[in-house]
Design a protein around this ligand. Structure first.
Ligand code: CDP
Ligand code: CDP
Length: 223
């Protein structure tokens, strides 16, 4: 039987990580784990409970009371907090604009990484995030770092919004994306960074299928 690989996909906001990670996981019958959804879930709870994103102690108290479950559903993934479905609610721009402040805390990251490593224990996983290749799965069989220009990423998010039925400004999206990348890259604890042994793929002018095929080639080389 083939070895069940661990695949780490990192990169900045809207580079296409979750889209390609889901397809790769589906094609190999692996589990897809969206670690960003876990930080978003904590941010959602903090806002709902009027907690200060700067207050690490309060966030930790909240996190300890939260069971965050990622449930595969067709080609998507449901996000549950103590059984409550928050899949849609964690994607708002309010959450996107506050999540970096929540995810910068050392204790929050340690707890999230502990949970993520447990989820990946059995192998056969495609995990996406910011620190997967560097911290969560430093021994991953395949590490990929996805990039795309800020303009292209803002355009992709804009198109996604149109499909969901609402208008957005590409310039505003570009500003939000650039701001979040800066916060994620400059934080002290496990910042967004390409692992030394990760393969960088600039997806600016690539189709989703081309990126998926490239990652699958890297996986097949390791099998
Ligand atoms: O999908 P998008 O690129 O917009 O973001 P995401 O993957 O849902 O991640 C949301 C935020 O969570 C990021 O901007 C980071 O602040 C944080 N995050 C992190 O710190 N480490 C991870 N492994 C994943 C996400
Ligand atoms: O997970 P991350 O925030 O990195 O990106 P995403 O949520 O997968 O969003 C990327 C968006 O860009 C999706 O709407 C994709 O359909 C689109 N896209 C892509 O992911 N990759 C390409 N090469 C081209 C477009």
């Amino acid at each position: 039987m083939n070895k069940r690989l661990s695949v780490a996909i990192d990169g900045p906001a809207a580079a296409g990580k979750s889209t390609v990670a889901k397809q790769v996981a589906r094609d190999f019958s692996y589990v897809y784990i969206d670690t960003g959804a876990m930080y978003r879930a904590l941010t959602f709870k903090a806002i709902r409970n009027k907690k200060d994103p700067e207050n690490e102690g309060e966030l930790m108290e909240l996190l300890h009371s939260m069971e965050i479950t990622l449930v595969p559903e067709g080609s998507n993934q449901l996000v549950l907090i103590n059984g409550e479905n928050v899949t849609e609610e964690i994607r708002t721009s309010e959450i996107s604009n506050q999540v970096s402040a929540v995810s910068m805390h050392r204790l929050v990251r340690e707890e999230m990484v502990r949970r993520q490593q447990k989820m990946a224990e059995a192998g056969g996983v495609v995990m996406d995030g910011r620190d997967i290749g560097t911290h969560v799965l430093p021994e991953a069989d395949v590490k990929v770092f996805l990039l795309a220009s800020v303009e292209e990423r803002a355009k992709r998010r804009h198109e996604e919004n149109l499909l969901r039925g609402y208008e957005s400004s590409i310039d505003l999206l570009a500003n939000e994306i650039a701001r979040r990348d800066k916060l994620d890259s400059e934080r002290e604890v496990s910042p967004l960074k390409k692992a030394e042994d990760a393969v960088e793929i600039d997806t600016t002018s690539l189709s989703i299928g081309e990126v998926v095929d490239r990652i699958k080639e890297l996986m097949i080389e390791r099998l």
